[in-house]
Design a protein around this ligand. Structure first.
Ligand code: 1PR
Length: 523
């Protein structure tokens, strides 16, 4: 029996699902006594350090947790569950941590994108039961802006490089904690969890670990989901956002089954976009929540879900906040949520008033679940102009001239699935969303969507150059070479595709074999 400490923020469902998939039962600790009675305790931390410590103290969990740790009982902390073990964090000055290990938590100081999101390697400093059976060449999934810094070198279990080496796991006796997410690290992560759960696993030092670890470029499979005319929830795919063919919604398969296939094929992440979310309210559209629950039971890589994350009043006058919608997605197994139309309205308001309210959907979700949990899905379309002076928006000089030979264009943001253009450009939108606390940009392109013509490199470079958060390139992938192009001609951390994967024109395994040796990827 595994005891799980859930203090109520974020996605503990993934940990529960991963542990249950290993044949173990889980019990949720709801009191200090439950913590002290645990045989093995897992503490997955999500969100922000200050919020976590406040809840642990309010619920009376902090003192029993300290006693449990001091007694050297089996413990696995994950992400913030690692950071909690230290004295304090730069994320929440003045807030005291559990103080089990000496040191503090500090923000990444690097020119690389922060948060550090994605699959990176491990360098082991000493043998550990959780490393048993690993070759040392595996990659595991990270998502964080802060890392621990300790004076106790003997407690360092692994380090990982991101601009410089940082502590990615610690172990002191039976207390182990990882900055990465084993529950989101595919088969490697399941092995690590199993090593923690099973009794009598021998300490082991993988031989392949050495040198500098490298963050892999992520390959993301995207599933656009909606109900078809028969009311069945299907994966669909548009050509420049038009998902109908001969009047019918294209049906490319069952969402949970397709996600399972992409997981087995090696997808580094899976994104679901509830594409009619702007008009159907997700909390009434329960099949989508069900898809997420089913998927997270057997898919152990990060799941992002978007569509319909906004405030809403139902027909009975009950008001729901965007935070409540997001919370339901997180409870159902999402690791990140993506915001489309609402982000455009938020940015318009910000540009009009010149100040942040602290109340926007982006800020509210980031405050509770952390910046890394908030993705902005941008749906831009090219607007051509003959000269830069023809528009107040920032333009780029383009190699692909417009219908009348125009040599410049700007990227107009749209809402409602591309149906309505707004007076905001994609570069400004990305920049403002970063200021408001978004952790990642999912950069679609209506002109390229479903065309197989390749990613819009000009758009991607314009947006990537304007922000320091990671950017996902999306729309237009038609062959394996397009991924190589986007990873070598731009600085994006990940690339997303839909049509070529759904139609099996390119398999994810085959794509990764092609990229191997050319760009860093997770095999
Ligand atoms: O506005 O917050 O409710 O979110 C709605 C979400 O649904 C947005 O993220 C928006 O991008 C998405 N969406 C709305 N309508 C459509 C549509 O296609 N009619 N899909 C739509 C967007 C674009 C991509 C696609 C890539 C790759 N899909 O995510 O998967 O372009 O495609 P490809 O590889 O086949 O070229 P809200």
């Amino acid at each position: 029996m595994i005891t799980l400490l859930d203090y109520g923020a974020g996605n503990v469902r993934s940990v529960i699902n991963a542990v249950e998939s290993l044949g173990e039962t889980i019990r949720i600790a709801s009191s200090g006594e439950d913590i002290l009675a645990a045989e093995r305790l897992i503490f997955p931390g999500v969100g922000a350090f200050g919020n976590m410590m406040r809840i642990l103290n309010e619920k009376g969990f902090a003192a029993p947790l300290k006693a449990y740790l001091a007694a050297d009982r089996p413990f696995l902390g994950i992400c913030l569950g690692l950071q909690a073990l230290f004295d304090g964090s730069a994320e929440a000055p003045g807030v005291t941590g559990l103080g089990f290990l000496p040191g503090t938590v500090k923000r990444f100081e690097t020119d690389l994108s922060v948060p550090h999101i994605g699959w990176n390697g491990l360098n082991a400093r000493k043998p550990s039961r959780i490393l048993n059976g690993l070759s040392g060449r595996e990659k595991v999934y990270f998502v964080h802006s802060y890392h621990v810094a300790t004076d106790d070198a003997s407690a360092v279990l692994t380090t990982t490089d991101y601009g410089y080496p940082f502590v990615s796991a610690v172990q002191k006796g039976n207390v182990i904690a990882t900055q990465f997410h084993p529950e989101k690290s595919g088969e490697t992560g399941l092995r690590i969890l199993e090593n923690f759960i099973r009794p009598d696993v021998a300490p082991y030092l993988p031989i392949g670990m050495s040198g500098t670890t490298r963050l892999a470029k992520r390959i993301i499979a995207c599933l656009d989901v909606r109900s078809n005319d028969q009311g069945e929830l299907v994966v669909t795919k548009g050509d420049q956002y038009d998902v109908r063919e001969d009047g019918e919604v294209r049906n490319l398969g069952n969402p949970a089954a397709l996600a399972g296939r992409y997981y087995r094929d090696g997808a580094d992440e899976i994104t679901f976009l509830n594409i009619t979310g702007f008009r159907d309210f997700p909390l009434e559209d329960m099949p989508m929540i069900e898809v997420l629950k089913q998927t997270s039971r057997h898919v152990f890589v990060p799941l992002t879900i978007g569509g319909g994350i906004r405030d809403y009043t139902d027909k009975n006058g009950r008001r729901y906040t965007a935070l409540e919608v997001a919370a339901e997605y997180f409870r159902s197994g999402a690791d990140k949520v993506s915001i489309g139309s609402d982000a455009v309205y938020i940015v318009e308001e910000y540009l009009r008033t010149g100040r942040r309210t602290g109340e926007s959907t982006i800020e509210a979700i980031a405050r509770v679940y952390g910046n890394q949990a908030v993705v902005i899905s941008v749906d831009p379309r090219r607007v051509y102009v003959a000269s830069p002076g023809d528009t107040p928006h920032p333009v780029i000089e383009t190699d692909f001239s417009g219908p009348n030979g125009e040599g410049y264009c700007w990227y107009q943001c749209t809402v409602k699935g591309g149906r309505e253009g707004r007076d905001v450009d994609a570069v400004t939108l990305a920049r403002v969303c970063e200021t408001l606390g978004a952790g990642e940009i999912l950069l679609n392109c209506i002109d390229r969507d479903g065309t197989n013509a390749g990613f819009d490199i000009e758009l991607i470079n314009a947006v990537k150059g304007a922000v320091t958060i990671p950017v996902i390139a999306s729309s237009g992938a038609g062959c394996v070479a397009h991924f190589h192009e986007v990873f070598t001609r731009t600085q994006v951390e990940s690339a997303l595709a839909a049509g070529i994967f759904h139609r099996e024109e390119v398999l994810i395994g085959e794509l990764k074999r092609y990229l191997r040796g050319k760009v860093e990827i997770r095999l």
